[in-house]
Design a binder for this molecule. Structure first.
Ligand code: ATP
Length: 197
């Protein structure tokens, strides 16, 4: 992770640029200053869609909602820039930036290197890399307890991501769904043929 740019997300009303220098391992600051909002921003740009996982009730809670000195904003935007990723990400580029933007209307946009894309594209890009919404690179509060006490199947998902088979499992699920759809179509076709005969 090289840097993150945040504007309008949670407590970040002003445009904020955070550079992750090599060796940086922690963010410190007084209670309530926005440390967890930084990790929320990172999970959000990676495609997190559960408002509760971001400690809110709805996605609108992610947009800066005003303070005594600042009016609420209508849009939140986060850009995450990753460096040295030509070997890990199958994109053929050394530096990749991903952006997510959301408006109060609920409209949401995603970009990879400033090119519009779908949420699915971002999730797929990071699958099996250890980075991603459901991976282990950003652990929100309580996540470690959750991993330790969760069902064996849920714990297994952490190992599957680390060993790089998540993508294949997702592909298998998609292929099985298509197969089921095709079987249903074939059945319908057989009915039509029988009727015509
Ligand atoms: P702690 O050390 O207590 O865990 P923290 O540094 O992790 O605190 P955060 O939880 O990241 O702090 O930030 C909390 C602050 O963010 C609160 O002051 C809260 O009012 C503010 N905040 C959260 N959502 C919004 C929003 N949508 N608009 C404005 N401020 C927000």
């Amino acid at each position: 992770m090289k840097s993150v740019d945040i504007v309008g997300f949670k407590s970040f009303a002003e445009k904020t640029h955070l550079e992750f220098e090599p060796g940086m391992t922690a963010i410190v600051g007084p209670n309530g200053c926005g440390k967890s909002n930084v990790s929320d921003a990172i999970r959000w740009v990676l495609g997190e869609s559960r408002a509760r996982a971001l400690r809110g009730a709805t996605m609108e809670d992610c947009i800066f909602n005003g303070t005594d000195s600042h009016k609420p904003l209508g849009m939140a935007e986060v850009t995450l820039t990753l460096a040295d990723c030509d070997e890990t990400l199958e994109i053929g580029l050394n530096e990749v930036s991903i952006t997510r933007r959301v408006f109060r209307t609920g409209e949401s946009d995603y970009f990879i290197n400033k090119k519009a894309c779908r949420r699915k594209d971002i999730q797929r890009l990071f699958m099996d890399t250890g980075v991603g919404t459901n991976s282990y690179s950003v652990l929100e509060q309580g996540k470690i307890d959750q991993i330790l006490s969760s069902r064996p199947d849920d714990r297994r998902a952490v190992f599957e991501e680390a060993s790089g088979i998540t993508k294949y499992k997702a592909d298998k699920k998609e292929a099985l769904r298509k197969l089921e759809q095709t079987e249903a179509n074939l059945l319908r076709l057989a009915d039509v043929i029988r009727e015509v005969k």
